[in-house]
Design a protein around this ligand. Structure first.
Ligand code: GDP
Ligand code: MG
Length: 443
């Protein structure tokens, strides 16, 4: 999967203090593949990746994230910005009714959406009316009536005198009817074809001219992938629209269509439809869509977590102590570090995120969570004096500590020995003596 591939790229990058041009290129390549796999249109991918590279070059390296994670963070932020840059709500007319017209291919989900939107508006205190201006398919009117009934809203359908067979007349009559019956929002459902078709476009444009909608919403099935761009372009040229509704997000489409349509047409995605139930509908959330497109929800939440929990000041304090500049490194500090790590969640997940702690990380990788619990219990069973000065922990103290922590005396011995070893090793490293045991290194 993409996450795995990116993780591989990032493995090579981790531990680096700064991103080289080659690193940026390698990461950009993976991001590019990710976007293409999410069905983002190629020209949009190119432009986007170029923008990300630009930002990555100037990225500052912070304590909490390694450079690769920083690139992912940049990508995510850019995606969210582009997807949500100009997101806006429905503009209601000063003089009701507000007219909302739906346009899109057959099967896009317009009729379903009409009822979802009506229910949603009703929940906001509006009094919507649905208009059946799709007279193309035999069942279309009936379908809207059924959906409208489920939503508990009025449906205006063609009848003798309402313009049977003429969707433009139906739509026009409906607006008058809404005004008369004090409905403040009118949602006009229109016909679609399986493909873009001049006659259908003309009909939609005629309805538009007749009802002068406040909003034209282009409804598009997220599953149609790369075709979304050309379809959107055709509707933009033929009818014009103000916003986009993405449907069938409950399917497995990664949703790149959202980014493509947004970039190519300049029109924002306003709503997301994600199921057959009328309540499977929401305002569009750029952040959710961004992580869906990237398919990296796990990594994104890790990044967020790391930023939240990584206390730079604390890390610096510990580092200073290790190098002998901030007083002696004690078991108390050891425990504090342990707890900071614990705060970040599961250790195994976090290992990849520790910036520039190569040797330390390898040691940590051999730890398991239970061992941390044990270490924590042992240190907590020590007196403050013992924690500050582990040298004083003699045989009888070890026996007491092991009883207090519910561990074996040998566990206490191991911990104390390890602490001294680690401390010695770190002080050697801090003096520039190299890493003991490394090939070609002294020690
Ligand atoms: P229209 O031709 O544009 O009016 O599309 P419809 O509203 O008739 O929807 C076409 C089909 O897609 C119907 O079977 C709907 O139940 C289904 N549908 C619409 N929206 C969604 C959605 O968000 N998720 C899923 N799974 N199905 C949907
Ligand atoms: Mg329909």
């Amino acid at each position: 999967t993409l996450s795995d591939r990116l993780a591989d790229t990032f493995k090579q990058l981790r531990g680096k203090g700064r991103l080289s041009e080659a690193d940026i290129d390698a990461t950009a390549r993976e991001i590019r593949i990710a976007l293409l796999e999410a069905d983002v249109a190629l020209p949009v991918v190119k432009e986007f990746v170029a923008a990300v590279k630009e930002r990555a070059r100037g990225a500052e390296v912070t304590g909490a994230l390694n450079p690769a994670q920083q690139v992912v963070k940049i990508v995510n932020e850019e995606l969210v910005t582009i997807l949500g840059g100009e997101t806006r709500r429905i503009r209601f007319a000063k003089n009701p009714p507000t007219v909302i017209m739906l346009a899109g291919l057959q099967g896009a989900g317009k009729t379903t959406l009409a009822a979802k939107l009506a229910l949603w508006l009703k929940g906001q205190g509006k009094s919507p009316m649905l208009v059946a201006a799709d007279l193309q398919r035999p069942n279309a009117v009936k379908q809207l009536q059924v959906n409208g009934e489920r939503a508990g809203v009025t449906v205006f359908a063609p009848e003798p005198g309402n313009g049977v067979g003429d969707p433009v007349a139906v739509a026009r009559t409906a607006i008058d009817e809404a005004r008369r019956t004090l409905h403040d929002v009118v949602i006009v459902d229109t016909a679609g074809r399986l493909g873009v078709d001049a006659e259908m476009m003309q009909q939609a444009a005629d309805i538009r001219d007749a009802v002068q909608p406040d909003e034209v919403l282009f409804v598009v099935d997220a599953m149609i992938g790369q075709d979304a761009v050309s379809t959107a372009q055709a509707f933009l040229d033929g009818v014009g629209f103000d916003g986009v509704v993405l449907t069938k997000l409950d399917g497995d489409a990664r949703g790149g269509a959202a980014l493509s349509i947004r970039s190519v047409t300049g029109r924002p995605v306003m709503f997301a439809s994600s199921g057959e139930k009328l309540t499977d509908f929401d305002l569009f959330h750029p952040d959710r869509m961004a992580s869906r497109i990237l398919d990296m929800g796990d990594m994104l939440s890790l990044i967020e977590q790391a930023e939240k929990s990584f206390d730079v000041a604390q890390a610096e304090k510990a580092a200073a102590k290790l190098t002998g500049q901030g007083g002696d490194f004690t078991l108390e500090d050891f425990l504090e570090q342990m707890q900071a790590v614990r705060k970040m969640g599961s250790l195994s997940k976090i290992l990849g995120m520790l910036p520039g702690a190569g040797q330390m990380r390898e040691q940590l990788e051999n730890f398991d969570e239970r061992e941390i619990d044990r270490i924590q219990a042992i240190i907590l069973s020590m007196t403050p004096a013992e924690r500050a000065n582990p040298k004083m922990i003699d045989g009888s103290r070890r026996a007491r500590i092991s009883r207090g922590s519910g561990t074996k005396v040998s566990d206490v011995n191991t911990l104390v020995d390890r602490f001294f070893e680690a401390k010695k090793m770190m002080q050697t490293m801090a003096r520039g003596g190299g890493i003991p045991g490394m090939p070609g290194m002294p020690g």
